[in-house]
Design a protein around this ligand. Structure first.
Ligand code: TYD
Length: 137
């Protein structure tokens, strides 16, 4: 897997056209740079609720807003902050490990996450000060 330390936009092809609609496809190791072990989605998040507030130790994620608009505010271990606005269903964000994120949702947003590992609560860093104190990966 190509190692990246900071999040970046991750775009996949949009197949189709305005007459018939579109389809986008992801495949393990073909256009997703890891073996997909888990897929989850979130929905009906109220517009005034912020989610996230954690980082992961091992997990790689590629996240799309398949509906609506989702804004990620991210911070990497070097303290570099970025905003990623997901508003097209084929343009996601790749979050490598050790990225703190806060997530805002539009009213109709559906977040689709493609993940490199199974769910493991021990993989979460939920305390911001602990995240800032991370030195070794
Ligand atoms: P969490 O990852 O904290 O969500 P968010 O960052 O969007 O607020 O997960 C919310 C809850 O869902 C938490 O109690 C753990 C549970 N959960 C699972 O059981 N399995 C999963 O794969 C995920 C992602 C979450």
């Amino acid at each position: 897997m190509e190692a990246i330390n900071s999040p970046e936009y991750f775009e996949v092809k949009s197949i189709g056209g305005p007459a018939q609609g579109y389809i986008s496809v992801v495949n393990s190791l073909e256009n997703i740079p890891f073996t997909i072990k888990r897929v989850y989605w979130t929905y009906y998040t109220p517009q005034n609720v912020l989610r996230g507030f954690h980082a992961h130790k091992k997990l790689h994620q590629i996240i799309f807003a398949v509906s609506g608009t989702i804004t990620f505010i991210t911070e990497d271990l070097e303290g570099s902050k970025n905003e990623f606005i997901l508003k097209e269903p084929n343009k996601g964000v790749y979050l490598p490990p050790f990225i703190w994120r806060e997530i805002k949702f539009s009213h109709n947003a559906v977040l689709l996450c493609i993940a490199s590992e199974e769910y493991d609560e021990n993989d979460y860093i939920r305390d911001y000060d602990m995240f800032k104190n991370q030195t070794n990966k």
